[in-house]
Write a protein that binds this ligand. Structure first.
Ligand code: SF4
Ligand SMILES: [Zn+2]
Length: 263
């Protein structure tokens, strides 16, 4: 039996779990090993998730180039005013859906790595297109621009590794592109077009990360998952009020039970 019993035999990884690990090992422990309930909710509805759901609906029931269809979907979601209509309009100008041979939105992928250490990576691609000899993975962004080069983002690197077997099977090259939907961002980060060597590098990075998580799992009783105690990171952490290493302690905001009706 494996020594690090707190972790499964085959570790599951995703963009969010890798991001948690790289921000703070203790955050990873709370979220992905212990499943600790979050003590600090951001409180705001997830706008990005909402826009992604809209994009999925628009593309699976019609076309983003059909303004009547788009209006119907937006009205159905109560999103026909505010910033969302202009985001969809902006997307339609750059959407290749009608020229693509294959196009899917919200496409879930998983890939098993059978070597050592074994792991299964999974992720949801916002869109995947087959265009002129290229398999293009597209990630819609509703927030600000976080990188100048898609190649520098670990999320994009994981997406590339996940999509690589499809590109290889179809004899296509691979591209990961970010599409910012907000009007104020007009210069997109450089696309990522990894070749075989860079895909190999990504695989090595993933193996190294999984190996490091395994080492932490073996040392869980002796502080294998230390907290970073960094105010810039802790202030956005969902465990900042209950974490002993928090640099920004506060009062937990657990969900409250509904008040009893006195009538
Ligand atoms: S509060 Fe800070 S140290 Fe604690 S888990 Fe969160 S990021 Fe890590
Ligand atoms: Zn589209």
């Amino acid at each position: 039996m494996s020594k690090d019993r707190v972790l499964p035999e085959i570790l599951g990884i995703s963009a969010t779990s890798l991001s948690a690990w790289s921000r703070c090992p203790r955050l990873y422990l709370n979220s992905y090993v212990l499943g600790t309930p979050r003590s600090d909710s951001s409180g705001s509805p997830d706008f990005g998730t909402f826009v992604h759901a809209l994009m999925h609906q628009i593309h699976t029931t019609g076309s983003c180039h059909d303004s009547e269809h788009v209006r119907d979907v937006l009205e159905g979601y109560g999103a026909d005013t505010g910033v969302v209509p202009s985001m969809i309009e902006r997307h339609a100008e750059r959407c290749p859906s009608e020229n693509a041979l294959m196009g899917r939105h919200e496409h879930q992928l998983a890939r098993f790595y059978p070597g050592a250490p074994r792991f299964i990576a999974s992720g949801r691609l916002d869109a995947i297109w087959r265009l002129d000899g290229v398999l293009e993975v597209r990630d819609y962004k509703t927030g600000g621009k976080a990188t100048e080069r898609v190649a520098d983002d670990e999320r994009a690197r994981l997406q590339a590794w996940l999509a690589a077997p499809i590109a290889s099977r179809l004899n296509l090259s691979l591209r990961v592109r970010y599409e910012h939907l907000a009007a104020e961002i007009d210069d997109e980060p450089d696309v990522f077009e990894p070749g075989p060597e860079e895909l190999e590098e990504i695989q090595e990075e993933l193996c190294a990360t999984v190996a490091a998580i395994r080492v932490a799992g073996q040392a869980i009783s002796t502080g294998g998952f230390p907290g970073v105690a960094d105010a810039a990171i802790c202030q956005r952490c969902d465990y900042r009020s209950i974490c002993p290493d928090s640099a920004t302690p506060g009062v937990p905001t657990w969900p409250e039970p509904p008040e009893e009706d006195s009538t």
